[in-house]
Ligand binder design. Structure first.
Ligand code: ADP
Ligand code: ADP
Length: 237
């Protein structure tokens, strides 16, 4: 159970070329995500969604503003602390980011290896996670032997391995056909409902927002231009 508080966050990158200017990828964005909420961030390409996600998991540092994950101030942390804190944040990706040379079990165990978990605990946890995502029979398979939906279920199992309070999803269903997308969204709903995990997902698909989110932030040109309950933002007559 973890809340995420994003307060007046901006991120500037140096502009390409030699002009010395900057690009404001995220511009004074504030979002309060309650513990146990599913929050969607929607917007067109270039709106600043993935930059915001990288700021939340500490892969990028804010230019200004503050990000709290639970009571931890991500924006003020040093690299060492961040690595430890990141075990509290799970992440899933559009293209799954599985290791091709490793089995399903090894992929799911990866964050536990990084975290230094004992072998017996890793084995127990992997069995539990694969059973939760319905892939117990694929433990020894390699990613290339799986369908897209199965790969994303492995991605979800891996993201849950360290028992994170927050799950970040980066266009998690964009590479999947509509039916498989629905299955993955249903699994994410179970992750949220059964474990109380807070989910922040970025997408450019309205269907994803309608299908799963409690609240939504609309981003455009780096700014949060609209925010509220999904029904209020999208279901106006
Ligand atoms: P979205 O995820 O909504 O497509 P991004 O966060 O990827 O948007 O990008 C927002 C803006 O920031 C874009 O104009 C993009 O070109 C710029 N941007 C993103 N990452 C970098 C970077 N590492 N260096 C320079 N500009 C970047
Ligand atoms: P950094 O290189 O910035 O320290 P990490 O290696 O901590 O980033 O990656 C963040 C999270 O992404 C980890 O907790 C891990 O679960 C996951 N991850 C990163 N790379 C891989 C990978 N190649 N295979 C599986 N999981 C990965």
């Amino acid at each position: 159970m973890t809340r995420v508080s994003i307060a007046q966050v901006s991120k500037e990158y140096p502009a390409r070329g030699r002009s010395g200017g900057t690009v404001t990828a995220v511009d004074e964005v504030s979002i309060e995500v309650a513990s146990g909420e599913i929050h969607a961030i929607i917007g067109y390409s270039g709106a600043g969604k993935s930059t915001l996600l990288r700021l939340i998991n500490g892969l990028e540092r804010v230019t200004s503003g503050r990000i709290l994950v639970g009571d931890q101030d991500i924006s003020a942390m040093r690299e060492r602390e961040l690595r430890r804190e990141r075990t509290g944040i799970g992440m899933i990706f559009q293209h799954f980011n599985l290791l091709r040379s490793r089995t399903v079990s090894q992929n799911v165990a990866y964050p536990l290896v990084v975290a230094g978990a004992p072998k017996a605990e890793r084995a127990r946890r992997v069995v539990e996670l694969l059973s939760f995502v319905g892939l117990a029979d694929k433990a020894s398979a390699y990613p290339e032997q799986l369908s897209g939906g199965q790969k994303q279920r492995v991605g979800i199992a891996r993201a849950l391995a360290t028992n994170p309070g927050v799950l970040l999803a980066d266009e998690a269903t964009s590479a999947l056909d509509p039916e498989t997308s629905q299955e993955v969204l249903a699994l994410l709903r179970r992750v949220n409902a059964e474990f109380g995990i807070t989910i922040i997902l970025i997408t450019h698909e309205m269907e994803v927002v309608r299908g799963i989110a409690h609240r939504v932030t609309v981003m455009d040109g780096g700014r949060a231009v609209e925010q509220g309950d999904v029904f209020d933002v999208f279901a106006r007559p």
